[in-house]
Design a protein around this ligand. Sequence first.
Ligand SMILES: Cc1ncc(C[n+]2csc(CCO)c2C)c(N)n1
Length: 224
Amino acid sequence: MKFSERLHKKLQPIWRQNHNHPFVKGIGDGTLDQRKFRFYMIQDYLYLIDYSKVFALGAVKANDVETMGKFASLLNSTLNFEMSLHRQYAARFGISEEELEQAKPSPITLAYTHYMLHASQNGTLAELISALLPCAWSYWEIGKELNEIPGASEHELYGDWVKMYSSKEFGELATWCIELLDEHTTGKSEKELARLEEIFLNTTRYEYMFWDMAYNEQMWPGDE
Ligand SMILES: Cc1ncc(C[n+]2csc(CCO)c2C)c(N)n1
């Protein structure tokens, strides 16, 4: 069995929880409170800044020019494509550039991004991919599922989000990360695979916690 198949199977229960989270459901049926989405957009903008650094570290850790080039192109598309949607969304929700630039990460945003950066900086390329894959993979699965809901991609506020994450480009990105992980795990010992599985499990858990944090608009104690 490919390592990605093992992960997919093992983590189905958490993935189902992600798909069923009221934040995700609310994007799909268009009933999500705008304030919660506004909170999410700001935190996600901060998340993407650190996520981009993981791609940059991927280019550093890769051993061949093709993989380096791919990470460089992902870095470019995250900073200049995905984050530009966030900036457009911010404007729509009345979030000024200043508010976006001065925003501070919530406890969960900080914990998630620092965990990813720690695993990426200190680990192998396989550890780095294990940290970033749940993000790309789970958003693509969620995007596809929400896109099936009639009217979801046409919704005046959340439609562009659904369109972006169900897009072919994101599918290709998720597939590329999956294949790279399978390539880098072939022939690895069970001990090494268990370590990778743990990283994948942790960032998958953080994905759930990120939805929950946004739904509850959870900031630092005393700073709500
Ligand atoms: C908390 C959180 N998790 C995952 C994504 C999705 N995402 C972030 S970067 C990337 C790949 C390349 O741009 C994808 C699919 C998000 N936006 N926010």
